[in-house]
Design a protein around this ligand. Structure first.
Ligand code: NAG
Ligand code: NAG
Ligand code: NAG
Ligand code: NAG
Length: 232
């Protein structure tokens, strides 16, 4: 039993050191939720010391002596696997955003450090579209102003669509003024890296005092066409 273990062990640690990549990655987390920052180690690592730091400050360390938390802001919110080195941060806060570095060493030398860039965003809770009809002062024309309001969310981007087609020019605008001649569907989508919500509204042509005058135009057009045709 003991013999087998001794024989296998050096190969195991060699393999694992190779698997600790030096790659960096970007992760997005949501406020209040948990996230796992992978140490980039496949399987278990024979580590003498492993640690995670953020902005050059050590957060947590694992050695034969056990686990040691070194950063008060993470009290009760971080755990590190003493086998894979993975760091779990729970109850995320926006200020947890930053650059995290995993490092350590085993019997065969230092692991390649692993870098993880963490961005923490608040989820969007609600999106609402309201419409308001506005008559021009002389009431000959009217328009509908749509406004999109967002509850929650950080770094939110807004986009508008008409009948399912994205309206490019109004990106990130909270209001949109339209005067449709037929029924149209408008939607506002709020999104950030961790959430996306859409709300829709139906806009019908708005009524004006000038409407009866406008209704005469088709007859005018028709007569002109007939006259022109007759003239040829
Ligand atoms: C990890 O920690 C547990 C106790 O928390 C211990 O039983 C186990 O032996 C440790 N594993 C390693 C690889 O250190
Ligand atoms: C009504 O006001 C608009 C500008 O607000 C103007 O362009 C239009 O000619 C006016 N119409 C009439 C009938 O006065
Ligand atoms: C819209 O806002 C988002 C979030 O603030 C930003 O990332 C994006 O660049 C903005 N888009 C435009 C076209 O301004
Ligand atoms: C606009 O004018 C119409 C009548 O032409 C009226 O029914 C409506 O209440 C007016 N809307 C506003 C917001 O003044």
């Amino acid at each position: 039993m003991q013999y087998n273990l001794l024989f296998v062990w050096p190969f195991l640690s060699l393999l694992q050191v190779c698997n600790v990549g030096g790659a960096s990655s970007v992760l997005n987390g949501a406020v209040g939720e948990s996230i796992v920052l992978p140490a980039g180690v496949d399987g278990t690592v024979q580590a003498e010391l492993m640690q995670w730091s953020e902005n050059n400050k050590v957060i947590i360390q694992s050695s034969e002596k056990g686990m040691k938390l070194r950063e008060r802001a993470f009290t009760g919110r971080v755990t590190m696997s003493n086998e894979t080195g993975d760091l779990t941060i729970s109850r995320l806060r926006e200020e947890d955003s930053g650059k995290y570095v995993f490092s350590g060493f085993g019997l065969s030398g230092a692991f390649n450090p692993k870098e993880v860039e963490l961005h923490v965003y608040e989820r969007i809770f609600k999106v609402q579209v309201d419409s308001q009809v506005k008559n021009s002062t002389n009431s000959s024309s009217c328009s509908v102003t749509l406004s999109c309001s967002v509850l929650g969310g950080s770094q939110v981007a807004l986009s508008w669509s008409r009948d399912g087609q994205r309206i490019a020019e109004v990106e990130n605008k909270t209001t949109l003024t339209v005067s449709p001649s037929r029924e149209e569907f408008y939607s506002c989508t709020a999104s950030n890296s961790v959430s996306s919500l859409t709300n829709k509204v139906t806009v019908t042509p708005c009524q004006t005092y000038g409407q009866p005058v406008l209704n005469l135009w088709p007859f005018w057009g028709h007569s002109v066409f007939i006259l022109q045709a007759a003239g040829r």
